[in-house]
Write a protein that binds this ligand. Sequence first.
Ligand code: ATP
Ligand code: MG
Length: 561
Amino acid sequence: MENKNENSLLKTGNFIHSYINEDLKADLNKLHTRFPPEPNGYLHIGHAKSICLNFGLAETYNGKCNLRFDDTNPAKEDTEFVESIKNDIKWLGFDWEDRLYFASSYFDKMYEYALMLIKKGKAYVCDLSAEEIRQSRGTLNTAGTESPYRNRSIEENLDLFERMKNGEFADGEKTLRAKIDMASPNINMRDPVLYRISHQSHHATFDKWCIYPMYDYAHPVEDAIEGITHSICTMEFEDHRPLYNWVIDEIGFDLKPRQIEFAKLNLSNTIMGKRFLRSLVEENKVDGWDDPRLITLSGIRRRGYTPESIRAFCEMVGVSKANSIVDLAQLEYCIREDLKPKVPVVMAVLDPIKLVITNYPEDKVEMLEIENHPENEEMGKRLVPFTRELYIERSDFMEEPVKKFFRLAPGKEVRLKGAYFVQCTDFIKNEKGEITEIHCTYDPETKCGSGFSKRKVKGTIHWVSKAHAVNVKAMLYNNLTMEDKNSEKGYSFNPNSLEIMDKCMVEPSIKDAEPFDRFQFIRNGYFCVDYKHTTKERLVFNRIVSLKSSFKENPINSTGK
Ligand code: ATP
Ligand code: MG
């Protein structure tokens, strides 16, 4: 038995691997999993965990993984979501090959299996309303009460179920229920509803059906039809597993898929719940489902995250049965680690202030050779123009420097990255008292790389030649939500989650950058060219992540429910 991938998942192993090893023994390549999204929203980082797990296991064991749209719910589904989901999975680097399925294409089979259950005396048509069913279900400590319709004859059930299908009844008037045990200690086994009536058009089957299977009935049938060996789902389905197995056993499928549950991914300081995300999109508080602040896969892709970093993150957080909240800083760590060795380091001034080197010739342009990456010589060097008038970061100057401020201040000297030492001689203020210009002199003897070492300076700052600077728009992102004691959820949308740096000035080497090109802006973080708002005239950059963790403890429940 040879495995396609020496995946680290296999080396470390987890409880899912043990189950699979125990079930399939020498036939590990028979492993067949599926990723079953409901096409009712965009995928988020939590789904990525499920995708990496299901497709990852198939890769590890040389098995197969299906993509199956679980479109059994006519109300909320849309083909826009189907396309975005396919796109996200491909982007993550996984391939369902020719195994793209839709649960709705099994509606005929599901109906036939339901008839079979009725004929076996294992299902009946019930006239109780949803509320009556709920009330008669009992509690954790008391048994439920049997429906007065429970003992209808098989003939009557077949007749009524057919008439349900034919549209003779209104929504909610009747249901098809499994006949299991109203006294079961597991409430899910107390005659659960298998089919409900809904006179709503479905995105794939249109008006063919007015009865729709419930998730607990549909899901095991879908898995069994596709020959899934291991049906991996999240913990909230643990109590439904007996019902999953009941459906498989009573219908009599030969291959019995095994349901295995794992804990959902929760992330601190962000919200994954589709409902909250949808409300932000619909109320135009964010720039669509791919707003870079959202933890949707399309959002973090637009922001500049790489598929490799997401896969590394999913691997790092691992799988377990215990619920926990993963620190957002861990995701940020993964993208930094991925980008650090790969992307060029350039100079960009986010909040510029003019610096004039009064003893530097007015028309002179020196092309300084600067390395593209401090730790990777193979990435080569580039030429950066140096002139008398530069931009530096406003925050790199202090009129009255505080203790341990080693950057520019009156009389102080700093190193300009890759260039010369400059000493501040003067500064100019406007009528409002704001500093508009800083004057310096440079020491020609201190040229970078000239071997000069007469004196030392503590601070090095970045700069851009004013005449050559490219003005770009830089979008900086903060936490999507903030604590809000007045909101019942305990949080609300953070109106300061986006900071636009309109005057950002970047060295000319980036002027031909294309959407999704990534750079490290020295001292300011990793940035990615925004594909949506960049035009021929102007580049827009999203800050992917700052260089250091900006994480602040803020206990927000990330599911948003
Ligand atoms: P949400 O509740 O956030 O709207 P969902 O569970 O309704 O998500 P589905 O489309 O049903 O969304 O999910 C597809 C698959 O992804 C399911 O198998 C589900 O268990 C899994 N999944 C969803 N959210 C997470 C998460 N946070 N962590 C891990 N897996 C998840
Ligand atoms: Mg779901």
